[in-house]
Write a protein that binds this ligand. Structure first.
Ligand code: XLS
Ligand code: NI
Ligand code: NI
Length: 438
């Protein structure tokens, strides 16, 4: 059975290829700065966007044409697994990611739900074994079911808290079973609408307690995945607690969780927070917390998480620049396409085209970023900008050999001060040259 029209495995054909079913820039075996593109990128397909969601929006039902939608319940869940491994094979992508509720239907009780999950996890395991494909991360969906209306780890209802804990316990067991390399927390309903009826401090304390229990249980069962938190500023709640990288890092530090977690950063979440993607990656990198990325892009004309496939070369270049400058690159993380085809792109082949577009955009970003680094193009500009701190007074400041008094004495006899232009437009033109010619 083919769900994607018997498409052959996508191959690299070079930048002049006009074949829509070929990579123009992603050449998995090409070595860049000592690693193959495949090793640098660790691409992953997001189960929820590519197999579970169907293109429905608040104004209309799904449009996606999916051969397996003729099934329901567990039959549908099994067919989706088949479709997932077919797509991974077509795209030559090694990893996938899922929420527990993406892969199996909920039953009437937690027992039934877990039974459904166990059965699908066993099927996924079998497919992983046959294909060599790997699980980049799994996570628990603690936002769709109405029980999570007031949150999961930040709920006001202790019974819901227990249910969420049971769900994460199971997800950790499944992560271990499938050898997941990471485990993600994205707190869909962990936030609030109004302070008038919210005890923010209590909710944050409870969330921290929850995460400590998760860390402890993973340790207890020997699940050694990297734990990740995925920041997002709003949507579905008005104020999400994990607003952005900086907010999330301070939460982790306050509650003594920073040694156990890194961040999974998403491009569209960065822009919703009023940041560029590269800003979020830099903030994480500076705290040694750049764990993994959800590659997508938002629409500057729309104010919500549109989760488009990433095709913006500026963003992919600057994201890869941060990743290459990160110690160990993307490490145990990867480039997960948390992205969906537009509602009007409803044919099965669109899921293939969209991933090719995203993979090529990131591969191109990698090549350009590597060239920028090799040539020291931006590094040299930055070095020159901070030159005054390399010798004389500046070096004394850096070495801690000054006081406000000594600086005042210096300032009083140093007249006039000479400043230099930042030449930002020239810098942008240089970046353009690299994007066009690297
Ligand atoms: C939603 C998030 C979600 C996480 C996984 O906006 O991006 O898809 O990546 O729960
Ligand atoms: Ni995401
Ligand atoms: Ni998102």
């Amino acid at each position: 059975m083919s769900y994607f029209g018997n498409v052959d495995k996508i191959k690299y054909e070079g930048k002049l290829s006009t074949n829509p079913l070929a990579f123009k820039h992603y050449n998995p075996d090409q070595v860049i700065l000592g690693k193959t593109m495949r090793e640098h990128m660790r691409f992953a397909v997001a189960y929820w966007h590519s197999f579970t969601a169907n293109g429905s929006d608040p104004f209309g039902v799904g449009t996606a044409v999916r051969e397996y939608d003729k099934f329901t319940g567990m039959e549908l869940a099994k067919a989706r697994v088949e479709a997932c491994f077919e797509l991974l094979n077509i795209l030559d992508v090694d990893y996938f990611c899922f929420h527990d509720r993406d892969i199996a239907p909920e039953g009437a009780t937690l027992q039934e739900t877990n039974k459904n999950l166990d059965e699908i996890v066993a099927l996924i395991k079998e497919n992983m074994k046959k294909s060599g494909k790997k699980l980049l991360w799994n996570t628990a969906n603690m936002f769709s079911n109405p029980r999570f209306v007031h949150g999961a780890a930040t709920t006001s209802n202790a019974d819901v808290y227990a249910y969420a804990a049971a769900q994460v316990k199971k997800a950790l067991e499944h992560g271990k079973e499938l050898g997941a390399e990471n485990y993600v927390f994205w707190g869909g309903r962990e936030g609030y609408e109004s302070l008038l009826n919210t005890d923010m401090g209590f909710e944050l304390d409870n969330m921290a307690r929850f995460m400590h229990m998760a860390v402890d249980y993973a340790k207890e069962i020997g699940f050694d995945a990297q734990f990740l938190i995925e920041p997002k500023p709003k949507e579905p709640t008005k104020h999400q607690y994990d607003f952005d990288a900086a907010t999330t890092l301070s939460f982790l530090q306050k509650y003594d969780l920073d040694k156990h977690f890194k961040l999974n950063l998403e491009a569209n979440h960065a822009t919703l927070a009023g940041h560029t993607f590269e800003h979020e990656l830099r903030v994480a990198r500076l705290s040694d917390a750049l764990g993994s990325i959800d590659a997508n892009q938002g629409d500057m004309l729309l104010g919500w998480d549109t989760d488009e496939f990433p095709t913006d070369l500026y963003s992919s270049t600057l994201a890869m620049y941060e990743i290459l400058n990160n110690e160990g690159g993307i490490g145990r993380g990867g480039v997960n396409f948390d992205a969906k085809v537009r509602r009007q792109s409803f044919e099965p082949i669109d899921v293939v085209y969209s991933h090719i577009a995203g993979m090529d955009s990131f591969a191109r970003g990698l090549v350009v970023a590597a060239k920028l680094i090799e040539d020291g193009a931006l590094e040299n500009i930055i070095d020159t900008k901070y030159e005054s701190f390399k010798s004389g007074l500046g070096a004394d400041i850096v070495a801690g050999n000054v006081t406000l008094k000594s600086l005042e004495a210096y300032a009083l006899q140093n007249n006039p001060i000479v400043t230099k232009s930042g030449h930002l437009e020239l810098v942008r033109a240089i970046l353009n040259q690299y994007i066009m010619n690297a």
